[in-house]
Design a protein around this ligand. Structure first.
Ligand SMILES: *[C@@H]1O[C@H](CO)[C@@H](O)[C@H](O)[C@H]1NC(C)=O
Ligand SMILES: *[C@@H]1O[C@H](CO)[C@@H](O)[C@H](O)[C@H]1NC(C)=O
Length: 278
């Protein structure tokens, strides 16, 4: 019995760590090292139902989406779309503008090749894609193969393989899932970032966005869904965020504002002190 309990205790966190999800849908810092909740302006659909904002980064309450071969049973999004109930004052919806670079964050959940802590360069990364849903559609598409999902950006994949130069695994930024520079400090809960650009020809208005991650071809895709109001201009986006008490600062890049010497930040600066409502 004791052994059984011990196995359970070890097994459960391992299960919980087997997946990933988008935590923030409008993060202010690209390629950053550490999660800072104050830099997050907007949250995915139903974030409040999973404690994504107020729980520790890399943790959540309840199950988050992994698809399987039964789209009629496993929906594309964890919760059905309902813009009135799936966003709250403390977990608001994103606002973007055409041409904007958007930064997303996700927990590493152990799936990073970085030889400083893992003697394995062969941690697979298979597909990272951002889709949008035709805005005429009030309903979520049935499934990940739906023609209603339009590719906004293919985020590439992280380099991996049994024979790659180990230096590649410790070189950041990286494309794909494994852009997690502080992975070795916390293999489960360290922060990864992605960036994608809102296409100039996207129709302004409210859109649903979908992140799809295939880690290994043997594992079904993981998805996160969120809504965002897309504005034609930054001025309109700024007016929107001002009306909700959010900062209107633009995304910055960690490596552009920090000088790194021997892996340490020299002269750290914070370009803004973001004032976020709530
Ligand atoms: C790393 O893995 C290789 C291949 O499995 C092995 O030969 C080597 O001894 C390992 N190095 C360390 C430091 O564990
Ligand atoms: C933004 O993301 C793209 C696609 O993953 C990547 O190629 C590019 O290097 C990233 N830009 C920066 C500044 O990190």
């Amino acid at each position: 019995m004791k052994l059984f309990v011990a196995l359970l205790a070890v097994g459960l966190p391992a299960l919980a760590a087997a997946h990933s999800w988008i935590v923030c849908t409008d993060y202010l810092e690209n390629n950053g090292w550490y999660w800072d909740e104050a830099k997050c302006r907007a949250w995915p659909r139903s974030a409040h139902r999973h404690d994504i904002r107020f729980g520790p980064f890399g943790q959540h309450r309840g199950f988050l989406n992994k698809l399987d071969n039964h789209p009629e049973e496993t929906a594309l999004c964890t919760h059905p779309r309902n813009d009135d109930t799936e966003y709250t004052d403390l977990t608001p919806m994103a606002a973007y503008y055409l041409g904007q670079k958007v930064v997303l964050t996700h927990p590493a959940n152990n799936h990073v090749a970085d030889v400083r802590c893992k003697n394995n360069t062969n941690i697979v990364d298979t597909e990272n894609i951002i889709f949008s849903v035709d805005q005429a559609e009030p309903q979520d598409p049935c499934c990940i193969d739906s023609e209603k999902l339009l590719v906004v950006e293919d985020l590439g994949i992280s380099p991996y393989g049994p024979n790659i130069d180990p230096v590649i695994t410790i070189t950041y930024p990286k494309p794909g899932f494994q852009n997690v520079p502080k992975f070795c400090e916390d293999e489960a809960n360290s922060m990864g970032t992605y960036n994608f650009t809102i296409p100039m020809d996207m129709k302004p208005g409210r859109h649903t966005f979908v992140w799809k991650w295939i880690r290994s071809p043997r594992v079904s895709p993981f998805t996160t869904c969120w809504e965002a109001d897309v504005f034609a201009t930054k001025a309109e986006r700024d007016a929107h965020y001002q009306s909700t008490g959010q900062t209107i600062v633009d995304v910055w890049d960690f490596y552009q504002i920090n000088t790194i010497v021997n892996g340490e930040i020299v002269d750290p600066i914070d370009p803004v002190d973001p004032i976020i409502s709530g």
